[in-house]
Design a protein around this ligand. Structure first.
Ligand code: UTP
Length: 295
């Protein structure tokens, strides 16, 4: 069982980020100077995957254009001898083999994933949400998707990344529970969407990265619209778990949910502070502004 393909849903309305998302996708919002979706593609590439299907919707053309060549811009940069920028711009279009498909109606994440069926055929695949970044503290520096692929190939089972969240926040997430069979690896026995605190099997939340065996498409095809009248991926996963089993990876790292305004701002600050070019200036500014406006 070898994982060679990835599906990235990036078609959602992004209503939590209006008005910015009225005519441009949230996946193109920059973290410092790089669109969120470029980090997601890089995670695929760094995980050994270069064949990627992106599910896009209305107002998402900017994503296609971002990963295409831009000859006018390239010749402008060449003329001005801006070779560093030129190399950077060119390398984006050769990062991976990216295919696009349009989700005709936005019927939910589960429906978006279904658009990957023909592309994946009978192969396992990675699923990465286009509006979520995951940082890892892995000592080998492996991205979370790489870690999931290794678990899928070892156990021949689907696997989902799980993030520890505070117990009073479990109602916001899909939560997984099960036995920890190795440090960080769980054999799941429960998946519950947005449970009440006292009904949650754990504090481990589904975190936007998955590797599925192709049977997930059969379960999705049988899944009726659920909450918000949308096809819920978690519903299909819960049935797959009951019949075929599934693993979870309690990853050591951090989730950045870009679709949420506060997280988006925090992510920008964190990523910027870690950079040599803007980090020192920003750190100084934050101290000054906190003194001026802070409590
Ligand atoms: P969200 O739950 O964040 O929904 O989707 P959303 O519509 O993008 O954002 P809000 O809640 O209105 O602000 C999670 C992921 O699933 C994709 C989104 O693009 C995002 O990456 N998605 C969601 C689709 O591709 N299609 C859908 O019909 C719904």
């Amino acid at each position: 069982m070898k994982v060679r393909k990835a599906v990235i849903p990036a078609a959602g309305f992004g209503t939590r980020f209006l008005p910015a998302t009225k005519s441009q996708p949230k996946e193109m919002l920059p973290i410092v100077d790089t669109p969120v979706i470029q980090y997601v593609i890089k995670e695929c590439v760094d995980s050994g995957i270069s064949d990627i299907l992106m599910v896009i919707g209305k107002s998402k053309r900017a994503i296609e254009e971002h990963f295409d060549r831009n000859f006018e811009l390239e010749s402008e940069l060449a003329e001005k001898n801006k070779t560093d920028l030129l190399d950077q711009i060119r390398s984006i279009s050769s990062m991976a083999n990216i295919h696009f498909i349009w989700q005709k109606e936005l019927n939910g994440l589960g429906d978006a994933v279904m658009y990957g069926r023909t592309f994946c055929g009978n192969e396992p695949f990675a699923l990465l949400l286009g509006d979520t970044l995951l940082g890892t503290n892995d000592e080998l520096g492996r991205p979370i998707t790489r870690q999931l692929i290794e678990i899928c190939e070892r156990f021949e089972s689907s696997v989902v990344a799980l993030e520890s969240v505070p117990m009073d926040k479990v109602e916001r997430y899909g939560i997984g529970g099960g036995e920890e069979i190795e440090p960080g690896i769980l054999r799941l026995d429960q998946l519950v969407e947005k449970p009440k605190r006292d009904e949650a099997p754990s504090n481990l939340a589904i975190a936007g990265r998955y590797v599925f065996t192709p049977e997930i498409f059969d379960y999705l095809a049988e899944t009726k619209p659920g909450k918000n009248n949308e096809i819920q991926l978690t519903d299909a996963m819960a049935r797959m778990l009951a019949e075929r089993g599934m693993h979870g990876l309690r990853f050591d790292g951090k989730r950045y949910d870009i679709g949420n305004k506060l997280d988006f701002l925090k992510t920008n600050i964190e990523f910027a502070l870690k950079r040599d070019d803007v980090g020192p200036g920003l750190a100084k500014f934050i101290k000054e502004i906190a003194k001026e406006l802070g409590p």
